[in-house]
Ligand binder design. Sequence first.
Ligand code: NAP
Length: 266
Amino acid sequence: MNKYGLIGNKISYSLSPKLHNLIARELGKEISYELIDINEKEIVFYIKKLKDKEYAGFNVTIPYKEKVMKYVEVLTGRAKKIGSVNTLYINDEGLLVGDNTDYYGFSKLITINESIKDVNRAYILGTGGAAKTVFNVLNDLNVDVINVSREKMESKDFNSVITYEELKEVKDIDLLINCTPVGSILHKGVPIIKANQKINKVIDLIYNPLKTDLMKLSYNSVNGLEMLIYQGLKSQLIWNNIDLSLNEEETIFNVIKEELINEFIW
Ligand code: NAP
């Protein structure tokens, strides 16, 4: 039985063990999947366990998606481009590989929710790991992207970063994407938006609750559950070197979505 885990900090809320056990069941694999709630100094200790084959792979979450990159010996093209790693494993040469499956997860979310493709300009709230992934997916789709930060800043990772004060001046927002923790069950609230702003479409990467207060501001809104499932599925396909057709992936996705949805608050 292969052993996997999620490396992060303050992750007791995470449903990744449940998600990964469901995915493994659908792939016909027996696995164990642990929450590895550690401080930064302990990362190196767990990487040694991966090299010693005690674990077969790790996912990485807040706040280590960028911090683990310094230990990685082979960075995949997409992880390098985005600057964020959420999947680790050891390759046949014994080298630590860092990959990013959030890119795949968000791309699938866009594919599933057809209408989102027809936007010219998107505003991304936040400038962290998820914001970088979302920026890269949309940039690759030729969408004009503006990030929004609590701080006035210039960043080589994005095209343009404005403040929430500047966002308040935009009357008609085509697509707004929340890549901050604000609105989750652990961090209640709505990222700062003016009441009379027209927001056509909202994507919230949060999935618990399934309908955040921000999503209620638009008739066309999507949560992060589809992204969550597809990034997890992609990690397991990489770890197990499995190639599935899009139809096979979709069948697994549908089964898992139906079972997992009961775990969340509406
Ligand atoms: P992160 O690296 O910690 O970045 C979050 C960003 O949000 C920060 O860079 C910050 O940007 C902004 N932020 C933080 N606290 C805030 C506050 N109190 N008010 C307003 N803005 C705040 O986290 P992440 O990995 O990008 O994840 C962000 C969210 O996306 C989390 O809720 C995570 O669970 C979710 N997520 C979901 C999926 C999925 O599969 N659905 C995948 C990845 C992440 P500024 O400092 O520039 O304001």
